[in-house]
Design a protein around this ligand. Sequence first.
Ligand code: PRP
Length: 192
Amino acid sequence: MTPSAEQNAPWYDADIERVILSSDQIAEKTAELAKQIDADYAGTDGLLLVGLFKGAVMFMADLARALTLPLEMEFMDLSSYGSKATSSGVVRVLKDLDTDIKDRHVLVVEDIVDSGLTLSWLLKYLPSRHPASVEVVSMVRKPKALESNVPVKYVGFDVPDEFVVGYGMDFAERYRELPFVGVLKPRVYENA
Ligand code: PRP
């Protein structure tokens, strides 16, 4: 299916239809985003990255190491009620922030924005904590998110509306560790 690092996990060939973002493309894009973010926040006292469990862990780790600004890292764990397809946008906080974000420049780090529900909720919640600013960076964005107009300032890639996994993104908790983003073969989720 794939070149370089992807060859380390050949058993995924059975489940992955095709790779849409290689690990090299992801690394290049991360460097590009970091450069832009470094420039945008130059002159500030640094950034508070807020990553969302579990999907954002890979991107958070790579982005944090690509940025040159002073950083702190926080994680939140949010869960939508019910299925995404029927969700009313109600979000449950499984893990809240551990720190006071008052007067901090907050950058929310996401692996993927799909329906935009999670982020829409978070972008209403965070301002109640009086940060200096809140912006969002996401490695991947789906078409529905674009339609929903949820504000994502920094976007790595717009991807088609297919079942993507890897680089933090899962199906039934699997495939998060893949270094690339691939489309899952329908038979994997249809038979689940
Ligand atoms: C995923 C992803 C985003 C959210 C995006 O998290 O990491 O946080 O879904 O979807 P939305 O735009 O439709 O709200 P998920 O709740 O699947 O948890 P995970 O990160 O632990 O996989």
